[in-house]
Design a protein around this ligand. Structure first.
Ligand code: SF4
Ligand code: SF4
Length: 447
């Protein structure tokens, strides 16, 4: 019954030119980790803030009234507020949210050699299992455990996560490895020089990242994860018009800075590797979105679908409690969620923004793009299909894959029989994107 209502609700929104709404609430910018790529790392000294529970409940009510059914509680480190987090997840469930997500840097799993470690994890998993939480992520930032633990500043944390995962699974929670793509993937990617000028070694770059991503997915599987997602680099091109980050997770450090040409190569490596591992792991990253990012960064203006940030997807910042189109558009504040300026929201729906690669908003925008386009602008869909004949095929496969993954439901075990239908799809080592003339233009893209 619930799923029939869901289909009707989604259909109703699509017919009104909207997609299922998503709210990202940054509960706090406090964090206890040392990640070099993030402005919120503990070593950065600035006054930290948090939203209080009553305020967040008002946000949740206002979002639910706008028809939002997806909410993410993010940070900083949300698990520093565990008691409040549990209360808010329960509140969100009662308010009508069905896709409730949160995550952690894993600090609770640091001291896995302690005698009562398993008991502590059991209690945590039991507590979360009693809430309507749908997806829980643990951040993983490198294919090499030592590098990962060092970046986080938590020695042994990955080993603790490995011990914790079977306990979560026993409680019916299947956490996802949330991978932040960065240059510290492996020793080899760390040693790469920036791609500058002529005669750069693109082959070396793509080989290092392809091998690094393979090692990463193997590590994720060996650690015991059954789900994973990828955060695209949180950097924007210097001079990208109108971007002013509100979200302190954005950083300009070299570790997450990739220029356009590097992004094309990185996304080509990602495309091929995701395809290779789709039958062994539920990988949230849609290949159609990666394909369109490759096209976009290859210099094809208007390639892919505009982002829904600011219209159907909204971000609330922990510092001022204000609503923003996303974490990157600090100059475009929309006020309190319950007082949203309808004119600005309507303008955002038409804005067609592609200024960053924030996967939380870009991936679902790309996935819903062909549906809204097919309904309201079928001629545009046909034109896009003619320009890029592979896209619809990749998109259709993504939809089939998402269904085989039970829409990435983190409260369900993977069904490997269904995932096996996605095995062995890389035949000649080339991705459709590499075979695609759009991608080959990467070499012509300036910095
Ligand atoms: S990336 Fe996450 S865990 Fe790391 S410092 Fe930033 S908020 Fe904390
Ligand atoms: S593409 Fe989306 S997330 Fe990125 S700046 Fe534009 S609205 Fe924000």
């Amino acid at each position: 019954m619930g799923s029939v209502r869901q289909v009707l609700e989604t259909g109703g929104r699509l017919l009104r030119g909207k997609v299922p709404g998503q709210l990202i609430i940054q509960l706090t910018d406090r964090c206890n980790a040392q990640c070099p790529q993030c402005g919120m790392r503990v070593l950065n000294r600035f006054p930290r803030k948090r939203l209080d529970n009553d305020y967040v409940k008002q946000l949740l009510d206002a979002g639910a009234q706008r028809g939002m059914r997806m909410v993410s509680f993010t940070g900083g480190e949300p698990f520093l507020l565990l008691q409040d987090l549990v209360e808010l997840i329960n509140y969100a469930g009662k308010a009508g949210y069905r896709y409730i997500r949160t995550g952690t840097n894993g600090f609770l799993f640091r001291h896995h050699q302690e005698l009562n470690f398993e008991d502590k994890v059991h209690r945590l998993a039991e507590r979360l299992a009693a809430t309507p939480l749908r997806n829980l992520w643990f951040s993983v930032d490198s294919a090499e455990p030592d590098i990962h633990d060092r970046m986080r500043g938590f020695p042994g944390v990955l080993a603790g996560i490995k011990k914790a995962l079977p306990i979560f699974h026993a409680h019916g929670i299947y956490p996802s490895a949330n991978v932040g793509l960065n240059r510290n993937l492996t020793q080899e990617t760390m040693a790469l020089s920036p791609l500058e000028g002529d005669g750069v070694d693109e082959e070396r770059f793509i080989r290092a990242f392809s091998q690094g991503l393979e090692r990463l997915y193997r590590l994720i599987i060996e650690t015991g994860f059954t789900l994973t997602s990828a955060c695209y680099p949180m950097s924007v091109e210097p001079g990208e018009a109108g971007l002013q980050a509100v979200y302190a997770a954005t950083a300009s450090e070299r570790i997450v800075r990739f220029d356009r040409r590097e992004k094309v190569l990185l996304y080509q490596a990602l495309f091929a590797t995701v395809k290779k591992f789709r039958h062994r792991l539920r990988i949230v990253t849609p290949l159609s979105a990666v394909h369109n990012l490759i096209g976009h960064h290859s210099g094809n203006q208007g390639h892919g679908y505009g982002c829904r940030g600011g219209s159907d997807y909204l971000f609330v910042d922990s510092v001022d409690g204000q609503t923003y189109p996303c974490g990157y558009r600090g100059a475009d504040g929309l006020g309190r969620l319950w007082e949203l300026d309808a004119t600005k929201v309507a303008a955002n729906r038409k804005a067609d923004c592609r200024k960053c690669d924030w996967e939380c908003f870009r991936d679902p925008s790309e996935l819903f793009g062909p549906l809204t386009s097919g309904l309201f602008r079928p001629w545009q869909l046909a034109a896009a299909h003619l320009r890029d004949p592979q896209f619809l095929k990749i998109w259709f496969r993504d939809v089939q894959y998402a269904r085989a993954c039970d829409l990435y439901d983190g409260r369900k075990a993977p069904d490997y029989t269904r995932l096996n239908a996605f095995a062995g799809s890389v035949r000649d080592g080339r991705t459709p994107c590499q075979a695609n003339p759009l991608a080959r233009q990467s070499r012509a893209v300036g910095k």
